[in-house]
Design a protein around this ligand. Structure first.
Ligand code: FMN
Ligand code: SF4
Length: 393
């Protein structure tokens, strides 16, 4: 019997060959300016041939003041379209579909010399830097930038747009009472806190035009009490679904630490542990698999919206069970496909059990500093990582 993750699916107007999705994973592989490089094309070609039905890009910034980290892909100008079009062609030739994750980092930027924007002058719990509260004109310009970037993504041949509306980035900052202290139309109450994301969705829909899917990574609730509540997050998501969102990838909204989104999960046998040179990290307590499943279940109980489940999707038993239970419709993986870009193809070939990635988060530590790769593939990389950590102390 075909396992459910290999069955075809559909998101809005886009037909997909299976239910396996490459989660957005920033690559640190663009030029300093944000242009696509041959390395990026190679990576996306490899992922497409690796069998995931849908690739979500790493976050692409829609305005220079929304850049999160160095060597991130950009789409704030027409000059980025030809490079992205070549990347998309590479993906389509490999048999996958691809959505562009469009983002503005807001206060979550690590770009030196950039004064971060935010709904109010509230610093991020994770990133340094004092943001400047946005004016009405700033807000209108950022929303327009999302729309213009969506139109460029369409011109580049993307199959859809994935709006970054979670994990503490600008849209999430507007959604939470902990970071949005405004008392104008863009804050003040739940309706005001919804306005930015609804306006971004409308602008993106407009820019993308018919034929493209529009989905979102979406922060359903803050990880800390006193911020965005589950109830408010679900009501906002219903409004987004009514406004034409085609699918949601649920996560936390604001977080106290990025590790709340990228949890360590460890399940390895002795052979695997030996192969990875038995690092102390392997004995960290294990987080459960599929750790955003409660959010997915809460969404499914409330509305009829396709759910892409991300976060700790690690073993075929759990993958099958999640899809069969109806808690999610698609399974999204970031770190497992950093380690094994051809994992979906292996699963199609009958491989079962737990993925090779041990969720040590070393690749995450290098985000914005070094090209995306699994640092556990060979001992030289692990030594390089140790030296890098020491030098940064
Ligand atoms: C190196 C790295 C880069 C990431 N970049 C992004 C990103 O650009 N956009 C995004 O929405 N999430 C990003 N994430 C978060 C992942 O999409 C995902 O939510 C998280 O890693 C948990 O899923 P996993 O257990 O499959 O890795 C990144 C994660 C890692 C490890
Ligand atoms: S460095 Fe490798 S093993 Fe560690 S989280 Fe990243 S992909 Fe997984």
């Amino acid at each position: 019997m075909t396992p459910p993750f290999l069955e075809p699916g559909r998101i809005g107007p886009v037909a997909l060959p299976n239910r396996l999705v490459r989660a957005p994973t920033s690559e640190t592989m663009a030029t300093e300016d944000g242009e696509v490089t041959p390395d990026l094309r190679r990576l996306y070609g490899e992922l497409a041939r690796g069998g995931a039905g849908l690739l979500l890009t790493g976050h692409i910034f829609v305005r220079p003041d929304g850049q999160c980290s160095p060597r991130q892909m950009a789409l704030h100008d027409d000059r980025f379209v030809p490079g992205l079009a070549r990347l998309v062609r590479e993906v389509h030739a490999g048999g996958a579909r691809i959505f562009a994750e469009l983002s503005h980092a807001g206060s979550q930027t690590m770009m030196p010399g950039l004064t971060p924007l935010a709904p109010s002058g509230v610093s991020s719990a994770i990133y340094p830097g004092q943001p400047r509260g946005m004016t009405g004109q700033d807000i209108a310009e950022v929303i327009a930038a999302f729309g213009a970037a969506a139109a460029r993504a369409r011109a580049a041949g993307f199959d859809g747009i994935h709006i970054h509306g979670g994990n503490g980035y600008l849209a999430a900052q507007f959604a939470s009472p902990a970071s949005n202290r405004r008392d104008d139309d863009w804050g003040g109450d739940a309706a005001g806190r919804s306005r930015f994301l609804l306006a971004v969705l409308a602008a993106v829909r407009d820019g993308a035009g018919p034929g493209l899917a529009v989905t979102a990574r979406y922060g359903v609730m803050d990880s800390a009490p006193g911020g965005l509540s589950l109830e408010e997050g679900l009501a906002r998501l219903e409004a987004l679904a009514d406004a034409g969102l085609d699918a949601v990838e649920p996560t936390y909204n604001l977080m106290r630490s990025y590790r709340e989104n990228i949890r360590p999960y460890v399940a390895v046998g002795a052979t695997r542990a030996l192969r990875d040179w038995v690092a102390p990290r392997l004995w960290r307590p294990a987080a459960p698999q599929a750790y955003y499943r409660p959010l997915a279940r809460a969404i499914k109980a409330r509305m009829d919206l396709p759910v892409i489940l991300v976060g700790g999707v690690r073993g075929t038993d759990v993958m099958e069970e999640v899809l069969r239970s109806g808690d999610a419709d698609f399974l999204s993986m970031a770190r497992p496909l950093v380690r094994e870009p051809d994992l979906p193809k292996q699963l199609a070939g009958g491989r079962r059990g737990v993925v090779d990635c041990v969720s040590c988060n070393i690749c995450l530590a290098h985000d914005g500093h070094d090209a995306l790769k699994c640092w556990r593939r060979n001992p030289v990389d692990l030594l390089r990582h140790a030296a890098w950590r020491l030098a940064r102390r």
